[in-house]
Design a protein around this ligand. Structure first.
Ligand code: FAD
Length: 447
């Protein structure tokens, strides 16, 4: 698709035409080279680094941005005390553009669909670059109803899919059980969505770390203590180990912590909040495989529950959705509700060994959509607020940010998600909160 904002680029893809040369770090000559300059980053002994792009936060989003930016010839430094950590260590990894469609989030649907389509190639490229698998599985999803109310809601979701030309097929209860024999006998009907796949987010972030390293990205294990500013321009950051990173562009990708970053000018502070999610992990013994052949989800007692079966035998059950600030405690109540509802859907799971419970924080925004690209403050870019779709949106975000870092503007498909939509007077996408609530009625309050 043509990108109207795109400026001519070097056909080799090497030169970043719009990034200013990074400011000179203390005691060094100015840089602007394609490779990060300065003292060695090994052992955290460095005191000054110069780079084209500084990415603050090495979760799935920051690493995707770093990898794609390095692929365009930019020098990149990622800073994170725990690179490859974050919410993706907890996430189920559903690539659920269609079954996750919520009323009032139609603008986001386009971005989600684009990223879902990109996943197959992204996974193949990443596997090759890292020499490891990502757990990408094109297995589809079955959303089922357990009673007549659920069935009526699912019928509405089907109608919404049809209005948007999305591919989903209505199945009777018997057809659902034929597709997934472990389903409870009481299942009343369901929607088969063959295009909603899954990936293993832990494998993806591990692979991204390796791929970034091989692409020349410097991964620095420290946190950003404070952004640095010069003449109203963000020029990089001071880190917790004393290192000063001078950068032509600084990308904030700290997930739910993005609005907290010290030194952020108020006009660029992203309205991101933490939304807690708990999950349970079980193991399917080989003797019980395949158990489930695709992701199965439902709304039980008003709360959404999903079961994501991985190729390696892991079964992820998720997820609670709780506004509890920074709390990541796994609670008896959370685990109980997940197992109770999952058991109603697939009674045989009580036989499976439980391997893990964990909780993470989704970076939520007022309209449930991400904040992407250049902010109101020169030198400062955002890649955050991906809420419940950060895994799904990793390929589109990486490409969109790499594009804006090299051309100065977001590609057209990402333009509606610029941070400017939350500036005073600007209208956020669609009808955010009211839309989200209506959607909760339909698709359940969890996830
Ligand atoms: C229970 C649960 C289930 C989910 N399921 C799905 C799903 O099925 N599909 C899907 O698409 N998405 C899912 N998500 C959402 C997805 O996991 C997130 O949207 C995504 O991981 C956000 O990635 P991120 O890199 O922006 O933020 P994070 O993963 O939070 O990473 C942020 C990183 O920034 C670092 N950081 C923070 N502060 C600083 C600082 N000052 N300096 C340096 N580094 C810093 C942190 O250490 C962390 O590594 C789920 C999330 C949860 C919690």
């Amino acid at each position: 698709m043509a990108c109207p904002e795109q400026r001519p680029t070097d056909p080799t893809g090497a030169a970043p035409p719009t990034l200013p040369a990074p400011p000179a770090p203390p005691d060094e000559d100015g840089g602007g080279s394609r490779a990060a300059e300065g003292s060695s980053v090994a052992g955290g002994a460095a005191t000054a680094l110069t780079t084209d792009v500084l990415v603050i936060g090495g979760g799935i989003i920051g690493l995707s941005v770093a990898w794609r930016a390095a692929g365009r010839g930019l020098s990149v430094v990622v800073v994170d005390p725990e690179p490859g950590g974050g919410a993706a260590r907890v996430a189920a990894g559903m690539l659920a553009a269609v079954t996750e469609l919520h009323y009032g989030e139609e603008a986001l649907l386009e971005l989600n669909l684009r990223s879902a389509r990109a996943w197959s190639e992204f996974a193949a490229e990443l596997s090759q670059a890292a020499g490891s698998e990502t757990g990408y599985r094109s297995c589809g999803t079955l959303a089922v109803a357990l009673d007549s109310d659920d069935r009526a809601q699912l019928r509405e979701l089907h109608a919404l899919h049809q209005r948007h030309g999305l591919s989903s097929q209505w199945l009777t209860g018997r057809e659902c059980r034929r597709a997934e024999p472990m389903l409870a006998p009481g299942v009343r009907g369901g929607l088969r969505v063959d295009g909603d796949h899954q990936v293993d987010p832990r494998r993806v972030t591990d692979a991204l770390l390796v791929a970034c390293g091989r692409a020349g990205v410097a991964i620095h294990r420290a946190s950003s203590r404070r952004l640095t500013l010069h003449a109203d321009r963000v020029t990089g950051a001071e880190l917790s180990d004393g290192t000063v990173v001078s950068a032509g562009a600084t990308v904030v990708a700290c997930g739910s912590r993005s609005g907290d970053l010290a030194g952020l000018p108020d006009e660029a502070r992203p309205p991101v909040r933490p939304v807690k999610g708990q999950v349970v992990r079980l193991r399917i013994p080989t003797s019980r495989a395949p158990f489930l052949s695709r992701t199965v989800r439902a709304v039980v007692r008003g709360g959404a529950v999903y079961l994501v079966p991985r190729a390696d035998g892991e079964l992820v059950i998720g997820a609670t959705s709780e506004e509890q600030g920074w709390d990541t405690t796994v609670t008896a109540g959370g685990v109980y509700e997940l197992l109770r509802d999952a058991h109603e859907l697939v009674p045989g799971l009580t036989e499976l060994p439980m391997t893990e419970t964990c909780a993470g924080l989704r970076p939520g925004t007022p309209d449930n959509a991400p904040l992407l690209g250049p902010s109101a403050v020169p030198g400062l870019h955002l890649a955050t607020g991906h809420y419940r779709n950060g895994v799904l949106l990793a390929p589109a975000t990486g490409d969109a940010l790499a594009h804006s870092l090299t051309t100065g503007a977001l590609p057209s498909y990402a333009a509606p998600f610029g941070p400017g939509r939350f500036a005073t007077g600007a209208g956020p996408l669609d009808q955010p909160r009211a839309g989200a609530r209506a959607a909760d009625d339909l698709t359940g309050a969890r996830r």
